[in-house]
Design a protein around this ligand. Structure first.
Ligand code: PLP
Length: 392
């Protein structure tokens, strides 16, 4: 054991939502009271106000809210008429909902590999997966950095295939100066509490410029009702609550400040990792020059065979950390029938074996960040000592 154990320090939680909410608790409680007074709990003025504020934040003409990020994806696919017999290309290295939504509308998910030095879908792998059945491509802006869109735009134009952005982790991110959410035909966002803009429950929204699609989305979320129980399509119930909208409107005003905090924390982590010379153990998240990375996660990579030991060592030291995502979607049991196997998508499989996400949520103090990297360095040193003993 390490003989120079530092004095016990408070643990660093992976995310502390109650601390983030505390400074605005009164304002949120007032907003909830306002909703109670209005008596309008589902859709209504509060939701309409949020939609127009999100549209203006994302530079889109329209924003149609719904019940979750998952529903935003399902509704987008439904609005495009994607269904049985169709294929939709997406990344295997994402939260399950991206592929779940494709399956949910009856279409087949087709996985393209990610870029070997990044976490997002690879355009060449996407191009190779396009065929006559391809009806949409869903790039995921994982961890807060947009996918490399330019080659995807070219594919979309060349093959006349719409792009649906899974921007659930990337509100406020930019690509070549443009906001996530307007980089494709539709942009899907989640308001799950741990997202960069999170409510006090589930919620989601779709940003877009096309009026006909916006109308269709607004119908589909209320069972295809155009008003007066006149159903032009079979949708489902995916409406946003007024209480969520009221809370999200308050948080939206702080989003830029919180995003700046995430960016600063990431830059600090980068400097600390470099200063300790951990480069041969750890690869830092790569932020593309053309992008504004909003760090929903700060995700490092370590050698696959050391990952789980480093993870347990950090956890034993009270450092909250997570593995997003331990198993790529093409290897999930529910997608076995799609015919992928180990080795099918090597870059995604390597990422799944190597990643560790460190605490990055707004409110994390500089001292806590130093503690995280200090414990990470200690974990790597212990592994190095162990590996060399094992080799000897
Ligand atoms: C969170 C998330 C979703 C789903 O959002 P929910 O609101 O939880 O349904 C979809 N895709 C990605 C990449 C996500 O991170």
């Amino acid at each position: 054991m390490d003989s120079q154990q530092p004095a016990a320090r408070p643990p660093v939680p992976f995310i502390d939502l109650s601390a983030q909410n505390k400074p605005i608790a009164d304002e949120m409680l007032e907003a909830i009271a306002r909703v109670f007074d209005s008596g309008q709990f589902v859709l209504g003025d509060e939701v309409a106000a949020l939609e127009s504020e999100i549209a203006s934040f994302c530079d889109s003409r329209y924003a149609i809210s719904c019940n979750s990020g998952t529903d935003a994806l399902v509704l987008s696919l439904m609005a495009l008429g994607v269904g049985p017999g169709d294929e939709v290309i997406t990344s295997p290295f994402t939260f399950f909902a991206t592929a779940g939504a494709i399956h949910r509308v009856g279409a087949t998910p087709v996985f393209a590999d990610i870029e070997p030095d990044g976490f997002n879908i690879c355009a060449e792998s996407t191009a190779a997966a396009i065929n006559d059945k391809t009806r949409a491509i869903i790039p995921v802006h994982l961890f807060g950095q947009t996918a490399d869109m330019e080659p995807l735009w070219r594919l979309a134009v060349l093959h006349d295939i719409p792009l649906i952005e899974d921007a659930c982790q990337a509100i406020g991110a930019r690509y070549q100066g443009r906001q996530a959410g307007v980089l494709g035909t539709m942009g899907c966002f989640s308001f799950f509490p741990t997202k960069n803009l999170g409510g006090a429950g589930d919620g989601g929204i779709i940003t877009l410029d096309d009026q006909a699609l916006a109308n269709r989305l607004a119908q589909l979320r209320v069972h295809g009702d155009t008003g007066g129980y006149h159903h032009v399509a079979v949708g489902f119930n995916s409406r946003l609550d007024a209480i969520q909208a009221a809370i999200l409107r308050i948080k939206l005003k702080r989003l830029d400040e919180w995003t700046e905090q995430r960016i600063e924390s990431a830059a600090h982590y980068d400097r600390l990792i470099d200063a300790r010379g951990l480069g041969h153990w750890i690869s830092r998240p790569q932020a593309d020059e053309a992008c504004r990375h909003v760090y929903n996660q700060y995700t490092i990579r370590v050698p696959a065979f050391e990952r789980d030991d480093i993870l347990s060592s950090l956890r034993d030291d009270g450092i909250g950390c997570a593995v997003y995502y331990p198993k790529p979607l093409h290897l999930q049991p529910c997608f076995e029938s799609l015919g992928y196997s180990i080795g099918s998508l090597p870059a995604a499989e390597a990422a799944a074996a190597e990643v560790i996400s460190l605490p990055i949520a707004p409110g994390i103090e500089a001292a806590a960040r130093e503690q995280v990297i200090e414990r990470l360095a200690a974990a790597c040193e212990n592994q190095a000592a162990y590996s060399s003993r094992r080799a000897a």
